[in-house]
Design a protein around this ligand. Structure first.
Ligand SMILES: Nc1ncnc2c1ncn2[C@@H]1O[C@H](COP(=O)(O)OP(=O)(O)OP(=O)(O)O)[C@@H](O)[C@H]1O
Ligand SMILES: [Mg+2]
Ligand SMILES: [Zn+2]
Length: 487
C-alpha cells in the first residue's frame, strides 16, 4: 500500500490546527463566527505556508452540513466536508489557474457562479496560483469578483501577488501568510516526528527548518525523506541528503585556515569540489559559518541567531582562533569572492584563491616578512621562529609557492587571471622566480614577463625588483598537465 506523504497526512483540517499564522487564524475565525463573509479573499505568501490548506478549511467552514450555519470547526466527516477534501464538491471548485488561465475559462466560471449552491450554503471558487491568470481573464473576472451573487465566495491564492492586477487586489480582503520561523518549523516537525516515531536529533530538525526557508511543505517532505534512513537522523544526514556542506567538512576547512595549513586547506577544498559541491555552495556555507562566528564573538548569548550547520559548541571551540577584526575582514572578503565567482569561468581556482586569502598569514602579513616565515616555518603548523634569517637563500615549499601564486592570480585583473591560472610557480629564491607554463601559452607569458615580475614583487612586498624565468612544463610521470590542474 503506498504510504501517504507527511505533508498530505498532516494538512491542517481546522483553523485552530494552522501553524504560525496567528493573524490569519484569528481574523478568519472571527469572520466566520460573526458571519462577516467577504465576497473575495486573496491569500498571499511564500510557498508551503498554508494558503491552499486555509482556503479548503474556509470552504469547509462555510459549508459544513453538521451545523446550522458556518462554523470555525468543520466536522470533516459530513458529505460536504469529505467532498471538499477529495476535490469532488459540487459547490466548491478548486481551479488551478495555471492551466485554466484563458478568458474562456473566466467566462465559464462567471456563468457557473450565477447558479445556486447545490448542497451547501455557498458556492466557493478557489483560484489557486491566481497570478497565472492572463490579464484578459483577470479583467473578465473583475466585475464578478467585485459584486458576485450573494452566495458566492472567491478565494484567490498566490505566491506572487505583484502579478495580480491591482484592481483585483483592491477588491479582495488580503491575507498575508508569513514565512514560518525556524523555531516554529522545528517545533512542528518535532511533534510530527514524535507522532510518527521518527528518531531525529534537534540539530537535524533545525537544519531541515533552515532548508525549508519558511515553508512547511518542503520541511515535511525532507523529514519524510530522511526518516527512511532507518537510524537516528543527524544534522549531517540532512545536509548530505540536501547536497550541502556538512559541519565536519566546514570544520576541517576552518581548522586549516586557522592553523595556516595550506596543504590541508587546498586538499579539503578539492575533495569538496570532487564530491560535487559547487564552489558557490562551499563559499556560501563558509560565509554562513563566519557570520555565526562573528555573532558569537559580538553577542555570545545570541545562539538563536546562528544559521550555520556547525553547532554552538563546535563554533565556541574554534572561536578562539580569530579576533573580531579578523572575522569581519574574512566576511567582507567572502562576500566579495561570492560576487567574483559569478563572473569567472574557473570557479574551482577562484575558490582556492579565496580560501587561501582567509588564512591569517596571507591576509594580514606580507608574504616576505619575517612574521610570515615564522608562521609557515614548520609545515605550516608551527608558529615557532625558524633560526634561519630571511635571506636570498630562503627556498619556499611547493604549498607556499602555490598559495603565493594564488595571491598573484587574485591580484590580477579578471582578464589576465585566466592566463595566470595556467602557470605554476615552481621556485622563488630571493628575487628570482621560476614559472612553469604549458607550451601553448609560453609566448604569452614571455610577452608579459615584466608585468608578472612586477605583480610578484607587489604581492611579496619585495623591496627589490624581481626577475621571472618562464619555462615550459613537460608532463610529469603522474600525468599532471598544467591546464587541467592549474596548481
Ligand atoms: N501554516 C501551516 N500549518 C500547518 N501545516 C502547514 C502550514 N503551511 C503548510 N503546511 C503543510 O504544508 C502542506 C502544504 O500547504 P499548502 O498547500 O496549504 O501551502 P501553500 O501555501 O498553498 O503552498 P503553495 O504556495 O506552494 O501552493 C500542508 O499539507 C501542510 O502539511
Ligand atoms: Mg497552494
Ligand atoms: Zn462537515
Amino acid at each position: 500500500m503506498p504510504t501517504i506523504a507527511l505533508h498530505q497526512k498532516y494538512r491542517p483540517k481546522t483553523l485552530a490546527e494552522l501553524v504560525g499564522q496567528p493573524y490569519v487564524q484569528t481574523a478568519l475565525t472571527n469572520a466566520i463566527n460573526r458571519l462577516h463573509i467577504a465576497p473575495a479573499y486573496l491569500f498571499t505568501g511564500s510557498r508551503g505556508t498554508g494558503k491552499t490548506s486555509t482556503a479548503r478549511i474556509f470552504a469547509k467552514s462555510l459549508n459544513c452540513l453538521s451545523f446550522d450555519g458556518p462554523t470555525d470547526e468543520p466536522c470533516g466527516t459530513c458529505q460536504s466536508c469529505r467532498s471538499i477534501e477529495t476535490s469532488n464538491s459540487l459547490d466548491v471548485s478548486e481551479i488551478d489557474a495555471a492551466s485554466n488561465n484563458g478568458v474562456d475559462d473566466a467566462r465559464a466560471l462567471i456563468e457557473r457562479s450565477s447558479l445556486a449552491p447545490v448542497q451547501g450554503r455557498y458556492r466557493i471558487f478557489i483560484l489557486d496560483e491566481a497570478h497565472q491568470l492572463t490579464t484578459q481573464s483577470q479583467n473578465a473576472l473583475l466585475k464578478c469578483i467585485e459584486e458576485p451573487p450573494p452566495h458566492v465566495v472567491f478565494i484567490l491564492c498566490t505566491t506572487e501577488v505583484h502579478k495580480v492586477l491591482p484592481t483585483i487586489v483592491s477588491r479582495c480582503q488580503v491575507f498575508h501568510f508569513r514565512a514560518l520561523s525556524l523555531q516554529t518549523i522545528a517545533q512542528h516537525l518535532q511533534e510530527i516526528a514524535d507522532a510518527e516515531a521518527i528518531a531525529v536529533s534537534a540539530d537535524a530538525l533545525m537544519v531541515i527548518a533552515r532548508f525549508a526557508e519558511g515553508g512547511l511543505r518542503d520541511a515535511l517532505q525532507l523529514l519524510g525523506q530522511v526518516s527512511l534512513l532507518g537510524e537516528t537522523v543527524t544534522a549531517n544526514h540532512v545536509i548530505e541528503m540536501t547536497g550541502g556542506v556538512t559541519a565536519t567538512d566546514l570544520l576541517i576547512v576552518l581548522e586549516a585556515i586557522a592553523t595556516n595549513d595550506t596543504f590541508q586547506l587546498l586538499q579539503s577544498a578539492r575533495t569538496l569540489v570532487d564530491s560535487g559541491k559547487t564552489p558557490k555552495l562551499i563559499l556560501s556555507s563558509l560565509l554562513q559559518t563566519y557570520r555565526d562566528l562573528l555573532i558569537l564573538k559580538a553577542a555570545p548569548q545570541a545562539t538563536e541567531l546562528l544559521t550555520s550547520p556547525v553547532n554552538y559548541s563546535q563554533l565556541k571551540a574554534i572561536l578562539t582562533h580569530w579576533d573580531f577584526d579578523a572575522l569581519n575582514q574574512s566576511l567582507a572578503h567572502l562576500q566579495k569572492a561570492e560576487s567574483y565567482l559569478r563572473n569567472t569561468t574557473n570557479a574551482a581556482v577562484w575558490l582556492e584563491t579565496c580560501l587561501l586569502n582567509l588564512m591569517p598569514m596571507l591576509r594580514s602579513i606580507p608574504f616576505n616578512s619575517p612574521e610570515a616565515k615564522q608562521a609557515v616555518g614548520k609545515n605550516g603548523h608551527s608558529r615557532k621562529a625558524i633560526s634561519e634569517p630571511a635571506s636570498a637563500t630562503t627556498v619556499h615549499k611547493p604549498t607556499d609557492l602555490a598559495a603565493l601564486w594564488q595571491k598573484v592570480v587574485a591580484s590580477a585583473k579578471p582578464g589576465t587571471q585566466k592566463l595566470l591560472t595556467q602557470a605554476r610557480l615552481t621556485k622563488l629564491q630571493g628575487t628570482k622566480a621560476i614559472l612553469e607554463v604549458a607550451p601553448a601559452s609560453f609566448a604569452k607569458f614571455e610577452a608579459n614577463q615584466q608585468a608578472i615580475a612586477r605583480m610578484l614583487q607587489r604581492v611579496t612586498h619585495s623591496p627589490k625588483p624581481m626577475t621571472v624565468l618562464i619555462r615550459t612544463l613537460t608532463a610529469t610521470k603522474n600525468g599532471r598537465s598544467v591546464s587541467a590542474t592549474p596548481l
